[in-house]
Design a protein around this ligand. Sequence first.
Ligand SMILES: *Cc1c(COP(=O)(O)O)cnc(C)c1O
Length: 234
Amino acid sequence: MTANDSLIAENLGRVREKIAAAAKRSGRTADDITLVAVTKYVGVEEIQALQAAGCSHFGESRPQQLWQKAAALDPSIQWHMIGHLQRNKVRKTLPLVSLLHSCDSRRLLDTLNQTAGELQLQVPILLEVNISGESAKHGLEPGQVQGLLATAKDYPHLEIRGLMAMAGLEGGTGAAEADFEKLRKLRDQLQKNCPACASLHELSMGMSRDFEAAIEQGATIVRVGSSLFEGIDR
Ligand SMILES: *Cc1c(COP(=O)(O)O)cnc(C)c1O
């Protein structure tokens, strides 16, 4: 085990403890929360260190990086695509991912469904919502999601599992918490008219700086990157 490997294992242990504590505060257990280790900052060795320490879900925000890392690593890894996906990268990405977090437009959903059909895949997805309203952020407008869900049966090759969002950059933890609460309330509202072919169980929200607040607000999936790699030599 290298020095980096042990630092990564320690960092992971600390993040898991915080996840367990936040889950408990929200009346749940650590098993109710999936940790997606975001590896966009690191290479194959760091991912292997996390795997050895018990991590099995990994997230990338750029498709090319996901392709390269998936090709170099153990096929048992569950990959999560968490960044904006251009339509011309869909065909190569779909066979690799266990959950696509970033479905942010109807055009992308159309392409995903068509390509998944051609590849004979059923693809689990989340609908990304621009909950903070920041113009630089990708995502559906909160008001668009209801209409989209109503047409979920038009996407037979996609399995809608829930919603994903990022908190706004401004305003610190308090503002982030308010964004997470908004997403949960939107989900609760949408659930009243959710078609049987879709589910809104999953809430993918929270990153290194705010994952505890996200869990307290109902996150079922957190996407944590930098906290796992603190102090390592690159
Ligand atoms: C990079 C990234 C993360 C992880 O961010 P950290 O602050 O490094 O934990 C989470 N979600 C998305 C969409 C990202 O791009």
